[in-house]
Design a protein around this ligand. Sequence first.
Ligand SMILES: Cc1cc2nc3c(=O)[nH]c(=O)nc-3n(C[C@H](O)[C@H](O)[C@H](O)COP(=O)(O)OP(=O)(O)OC[C@H]3O[C@@H](n4cnc5c(N)ncnc54)[C@H](O)[C@@H]3O)c2cc1C
Length: 329
Amino acid sequence: MKLIKNMALPNTMGLASCAEFGCLLKQSDDVLAAQEYARRRDLPFYVIGAGSNIVPMPIVRGVVGVMAIEALLVVGEQGADLQLEVGAGQNWHELVLYCAEQNWFGIENLALIPGSVGAAPVQNIGAYGVEFADVVDAVQVIDGDGNVFWLGRDECAFAYRRSRFQGSREEIIIAVRLNLSKAAHIKIDYPDLANHFQGHLNLTAQQIVTAVIAIRSAKLPDPVVFPNVGSFFKNPIIDRSRIAHFEELGLSVFRTQAGAKLSAAQLIDKCGWKEKQTGHVRCWPKQPLVLVNHGATEAAHIFEFASDVRASVAKDFAIQLEIEPSVLS
Ligand SMILES: Cc1cc2nc3c(=O)[nH]c(=O)nc-3n(C[C@H](O)[C@H](O)[C@H](O)COP(=O)(O)OP(=O)(O)OC[C@H]3O[C@@H](n4cnc5c(N)ncnc54)[C@H](O)[C@@H]3O)c2cc1C
């Protein structure tokens, strides 16, 4: 493990940021070594993946490890069921493509989500009616004392864009074990997918991946061209007693297992932010939940814009939008 002073941090928001000390974590021993280095100097220690869900400050104090552990192994097979163990440094979308090529079902709806496999449990990534929690069997971590162990799905406290790993910087994810299937278990009831397939049910994993890529590409900005971190705010979960109020206002209320959910994009749109640009930041018109950076170099500029959006949603709807990406300082 090689420590680099003032290491530039990858981030899809296009911000200039460097860590006091940075390193690549290619194996679990690298995590232990970086952790130990930080502990001896009383510095904070963070691990990131591809930086597609972080807003880093210009200087991040402490040691930042970029997860790069690669592994991909079938560890169990029974009938149509399949268990796959994957290193935390693998690219998530490449994993989805690989599984679709084998016609293994489970993660096809999660195509084109940027980032690493190790970050997927952190915010329980989800899209088009499927969440990481639906397919995970266990997550392997290294805790703050250097112990390595597996946590079963029920121990991870998964909920809508949440898990036990959020905010705890103590547990570093080094691998995940997924439950996949060679038999078709398709989930295409999400409106965009249902429209796309028009009742066709005999589908391959590859066909679903191709559809998800097409739908997402038409709607979301490519972070390489338009820097962004995907959804900047979480969809707010409301108390059931408020459902009627929001429906009377003409807003969509989605009843999910997690509770009644409003569309943050719709709230932002209703507040008139869809076409507005302040400074170098604006909402993406086709999906106003995504804030796009058009030349801001520091996180502060992004937060100024985000706090204006939050303030107007709070004023008009009495809803406090919660920020989705992690802030690294
Ligand atoms: C264009 C675009 C579209 C997106 N669409 C979606 C979407 O549809 N659904 C969705 O859920 N998300 C979406 N995202 C958000 C993002 O892709 C996911 O959150 C992804 O899992 C982040 O992966 P990463 O490797 O880039 O994580 P990072 O941004 O590097 O890290 C995110 C957080 O996870 C922590 N972390 C990362 N790796 C580890 C590890 N190994 N151990 C412990 N903690 C770790 C970091 O400290 C940080 O707090 C989108 C982002 C973009 C830019």
